[in-house]
Design a protein around this ligand. Structure first.
Ligand code: NAD
Length: 363
């Protein structure tokens, strides 16, 4: 297979972690007989420095012409970098919002996995973390409360603010289909999270999800109220496979799920549209405090590349190989500084990439 991938190295540690993800992808391609055609584009601070804007139209067109986009991270130190003296629409993060919009990326996927070797970093009680967990939060990204009509008015001397939570059934259906498709590649369980005891938008959500579920008889569907889900994530996270939810609930629950893993350098993510196209990036930022020192953890980016193999290219065996390499390297006791613990061997960013590539070759 020929994979056309646009890379956005970005700012801070971005170029370092993307280099290691490419190393891993090239090793996979060699081993399994694929070719990869990379094209790099600038976004964020790097694009501001070169072109005066965080994303050019040409860069968008290059990304659109690829099968998938692999991104490092963008942005600088928000208190000292001159990028943050610019108007908001010219700052680094505006590039990310623009590319998501241009490519219609409406489904956000955030896996939260607790590796047994990193159990010590999990803030939950040992009897809970001992069971481990491996869940994926599927969040609707372009509708709901953050995109509905809003206003602040003054009535009889009292200020009043209104935000509107709107979903139509087509918006719900397309994210539900993505959620069930992805559950089919995992443990075949969907927990749809809503607030159907109060909100009309949630009652519509629930009924459309139930309709979609009929096309996936192998997938077990359950409904859970968002307040209960927030509790269950810290009480019994092992029960979850795919959590399917709307924009604001997903925003909050995905951060909660990330934090219970305890390891920011390990968290991958993806944003998909209704084709196979996706943008894959680590959940963390550009870590300007450690940029250029070869100490960043590249694993979140490498795991994002594995998601790209699985969801954009349907290369499940290759994605498994990358995820297995991560498990082996952790089992062999190698750690970057952010996940270091006593008795382990400290590695830099490049060495971690080398170790992962070696493990893939040896499998
Ligand atoms: P951050 O995620 O960059 O860093 C938070 C802390 O985690 C820092 O101490 C950092 O050193 C550490 N860290 C993060 N990733 C790491 C890794 N791979 N290996 C080892 N340590 C790691 O968050 P921040 O400091 O709040 O933001 C820095 C910049 O990143 C800001 O400009 C912010 O806007 C941007 N940002 C970008 C994205 C994105 O590109 N999608 C996401 C979040 C933040």
């Amino acid at each position: 297979m020929n994979l056309k991938i646009t890379c956005i190295p970005g700012d801070g540690i971005g170029p370092e972690i993307i280099a290691e993800a490419k190393k891993v992808l090239d090793t996979v391609a060699d081993k399994y007989g694929h070719t990869i055609q990379y094209t790099d584009i600038l976004m964020g601070g790097a694009s501001i420095d070169a072109y005066g804007v965080p994303l050019t139209d040409e860069a968008i067109e290059t990304a659109r012409a690829a099968d998938a986009v692999l991104m490092g991270s963008i942005g600088g130190d928000t208190t000292t970098s001159p990028w943050y003296k610019l108007p908001p629409n010219l700052r680094p993060e505006a590039g990310l919002l623009a590319i998501r919009k241009a490519l219609n990326l409406f489904a956000n996927l955030r896996p939260a996995v607790l590796y047994s070797e990193l159990r010590g970093a999990c803030p939950l009680k040992e009897e809970i973390s001992a069971a481990g967990f491996d869940m994926l939060i599927m969040r609707e990204l372009t509708g709901g409360l953050y995109f509905g009509e809003r206003k602040t008015v003054e009535e009889n001397g009292v200020r009043k603010a209104v935000d509107t939570l709107v979903y139509d059934e087509n918006e719900i259906r397309r994210i539900a289909v993505k959620g069930f498709d992805i559950a089919m590649k995992r443990r075949k369980k969907v927990t749809s999270v809503d607030k159907a005891n109060v909100l009309d938008s949630s009652r519509l959500w629930r009924s459309v999800v139930e309709q979609v579920a009929k096309d996936y008889p192998e997938v077990a569907l359950e409904h859970m109220l968002v307040d209960n889900c927030a509790m269950q994530l810290v009480k019994d996270p092992a029960q979850f496979d795919v959590i399917l939810t709307e924009n604001m609930f997903g925003d909050i629950l995905s951060d909660e799920a990330s934090m219970v893993t305890g390891s920011i350098g390990m968290l991958a993510s993806a944003s998909l549209n209704d084709t196979k196209f996706g943008l894959y990036e680590p959940s963390h930022g550009s870590a300007p405090d450690i940029a250029g020192r070869d100490i960043a953890n590249p694993i979140a980016t490498v795991l994002s590349a594995a998601m790209m193999l699985r969801y954009s290219f349907d290369l499940d065996r290759e994605a498994d190989a990358v995820e297995e390499a991560v498990r082996q390297v952790l089992k062999d006791g190698y750690r970057t500084g952010d996940i270091m613990s006593e008795g382990c061997t400290r590695t830099g960013c490049r060495q971690m990439g080398d170790l992962l590539a070696e493990r893939i070759k040896q499998q």
